[in-house]
Ligand binder design. Structure first.
Ligand code: CUA
Length: 352
């Protein structure tokens, strides 16, 4: 009995109660609502099966128990056509009861949303171990924080850059695999503003469990403001330290990460790593170190750049500093001063 609080705590920790809005039981959009109704229907059917079986089981235990004075082996029965037909037909009927709304909703939802001319088109690319979001018509590329307008269909074009991942936002509905070499379509809609957590739901490597993202549903007006902000220029760094950081970034990071170039006034750089435009306004560093303040952002960036493998094991970024014994052998051999300069530069990446 003394262990009960321990088990309660373990349940709490192991079920990941730390993230709010990571539940399919509190739907925030029409897709999740329909899916929840199917979950409830299955649950009712399963409870019915469980209770029926439990009642029969207890009845048999009591009714046919060994009574005083009885000896020997009871009469052995083998084969009963009537019973066998009953326990084949009943599950068959139960499966049909569950299948009808499941198939109906699957086609209905697809029909409702796939032809919506007003849908926001977002290409989602799963990477080990981060999410890339490309607003196809708006030509905006970002990662980890997905901003969407409420009340509008979002058409997700799901792809993968490497292995199979699975895109899942429980509160909005889900989930669907992202496969290399093909595009899966997935449609969601958010009814009300809020932050809804998403997770990768397909084992994809060392940091599968850390492959999280956030969906931030905002009003359509706020979404339009965000779009125009993302298309506006970033101010050139003013402090000497941030200017040094900009130079290091161009030399070392630009081959993989795109960022706003204050000279050419364009977003430039590689596409294999997260696009860092408006980086200072992301809610996390590396998707898991949470930024609650500008100070958190700097501390988190430093933690990340000091040893990325310690934060997200198995990620593909070269170590900025030389970390002895690290799984990632490639190192940019930066010193602490250079790391600080990078932190200062990245913490200033905000669109005005
Ligand atoms: Cu990506 Cu699991």
């Amino acid at each position: 009995w003394r262990l009960i609080p321990l088990f309660a705590l373990l349940t709490f920790v192991l079920t990941g109660c730390g993230l709010e809005n990571l539940t399919a039981l509190d739907p925030k959009g029409p897709v999740a609502e329909k899916q929840l109704s199917v979950i409830y229907l299955s649950l009712i059917v399963m409870i019915g099966v469980f209770v029926t079986v439990a009642i029969i089981y207890v009845f048999v235990l009591v009714r046919f128990r060994k009574r005083p004075g009885q000896t020997g082996v009871p009469k052995q029965v083998e084969g009963n056509h009537k019973l066998e037909i009953i326990w084949t037909v009943i599950p068959f009927i139960l499966l049909i009861i569950i299948a009808i709304p499941t198939v109906k909703y699957t086609f209905e939802l697809d029909k409702d949303y796939s032809n919506d001319p007003n849908a926001l088109q977002v290409k989602v690319t799963g990477h080990q171990f981060w999410w890339e979001f490309e607003y196809m018509n708006e030509k905006i590329n970002t990662s980890q924080d997905l901003i969407i307008p409420t009340g509008r269909t979002i058409a997700f074009h799901l792809e993968s850059a490497d292995v199979i991942h699975s895109f899942w936002v429980p509160a909005l509905g889900g989930k669907k695999d992202t496969n290399p070499g093909m595009t899966n379509m997935h449609y969601l809609k958010a009814d009300e503003p809020g932050t809804y957590y998403g997770k990768c739901a397909e084992l994809c490597g060392d940091s599968h469990a850390l492959m999280e993202f956030k969906v931030k549903a905002v009003t359509p007006e706020e979404f339009d403001r965000w779009i125009s902000r993302m298309k506006s220029p970033t101010a050139a760094p003013t402090s000497v330290l941030a200017q040094e950081g900009e130079k290091i970034f161009k030399d070392q990071c630009l081959a993989c990460h795109a960022i706003y170039n204050t000279q050419t006034k364009q977003v430039e750089g590689g596409k294999v790593a997260p696009n860092l435009v408006d980086y200072a306004n992301r809610s996390t560093v590396a998707g898991i170190l949470i930024n609650r303040s500008p100070e958190d952002l700097k501390n988190n960036l430093k933690t990340w750049l000091d040893d990325p493998q310690a934060v997200k094991p198995g990620n593909l970024m070269p170590n900025p500093k030389n970390v002895p014994g690290s799984k990632m052998e490639q190192s940019l051999d930066l010193n602490d001063q250079q790391i600080n300069a990078l932190v200062e530069y990245l913490a200033g990446q905000t669109q005005k």
